[in-house]
Ligand binder design. Structure first.
Ligand SMILES: [Fe+2]
Ligand SMILES: [Fe+2]
Length: 266
């Protein structure tokens, strides 16, 4: 059995401080073999810098996935080709810097990770994610059957469709981008674990990780307003997935909703 922890969109300084503080003890106590985190909002809520990526990997993240905010920090464009463990969505047109997938060796065999972006209400419009995944999963299965997919998309329908499309071909499909955890964790008939959205690792007293007041002002006034990241206590949201590494099929999926720092000290 191989245990994967996935954490959804990490929001700004409060989110990444919490992840960095809690990840090493969670890894030990929950006996996690492989950690994947979504880092698209780690730099002030917009994008990720090379330094932040390094800090997250030092804390235990094996792979960092992203999404529509990937290019928000300008240093990332030159960094991506040098660091294959930081992924951008797979379905960019040919020639985009970086990669949308990686296979890493672990003590329990190779583990593949793919990051793909949806197209419904999600910008920029990218190549067809279903066709891109069809080809990429077929290619990756030559190397490993243990494959984790972060589908970064707005709508529940597109994420569920991706999960069903890949059922039996990958170990898990978990959604990101909405910052709100869904309660539909399940294992599909073909053996693929699924959760429509992992939720965020960000401040609890917020609107999707941002300060409440400016967001309310925007909705009330319809005028442009800056959206700073909110301060305060953080809850880590994600999924814990056990996979049979000999078949690539999921054995279990549990939603993670873990205050950090936790009340019980773990
Ligand atoms: Fe996000
Ligand atoms: Fe996003």
């Amino acid at each position: 059995m191989l245990r994967i922890l996935f954490l959804g969109d990490i929001i700004g300084e409060p989110g990444r401080a919490a992840v960095i503080a809690c990840l090493p003890s969670l890894k030990r106590v929950w006996e996690i073999d492989f950690i994947i985190v979504n880092g698209e909002n780690t730099a002030g809520g917009r994008g990720i810098t090379p330094k932040i990526a390094i800090d997250l990997m030092r804390a235990g993240a094996a792979v960092i996935t992203t999404g529509d905010h990937i290019w928000d920090q300008k240093e990332i464009t030159a960094y991506l080709p040098t660091e294959p463990r930081v992924l951008r969505p797979l379905n960019y047109p040919v020639g985009a810097p970086g990669s949308g997938s990686i296979v890493l060796d672990t003590a329990k065999g190779p583990v593949g990770v793919i990051n793909v972006q949806g197209r419904t209400f999600t910008l920029p419009p990218l190549e067809n994610p279903f066709l891109a995944m069809d080809a990429e999963v077929a290619r990756m299965r030559e190397e490993t059957k243990v494959i984790f997919v972060d589908v970064h998309a707005e709508t529940t329908s597109e994420k569920i469709a991706m999960g069903r499309f890949l059922d039996g071909r990958v170990s898990a499909v978990v959604g990101t981008h909405t910052h709100v955890q869904t309660a539909d964790e399940q294992i599909f008939p073909g053996g693929t674990a699924f959760l429509c959205d992992a939720g965020m690792c960000g401040p609890d007293e917020s609107i999707l990780g941002r300060k409440i007041e400016p967001i309310l002002q925007r909705f009330v006034s319809s005028l442009p307003v800056a959206f700073p990241v909110a301060p305060g206590p953080v809850t880590l949201h994600g999924a814990l997935i056990d996979v049979d590494e000999t078949t690539g099929k999921a054995l279990s999926i549990k939603r993670v909703k873990h205050p950090c720092p936790p009340a019980d000290g773990v």
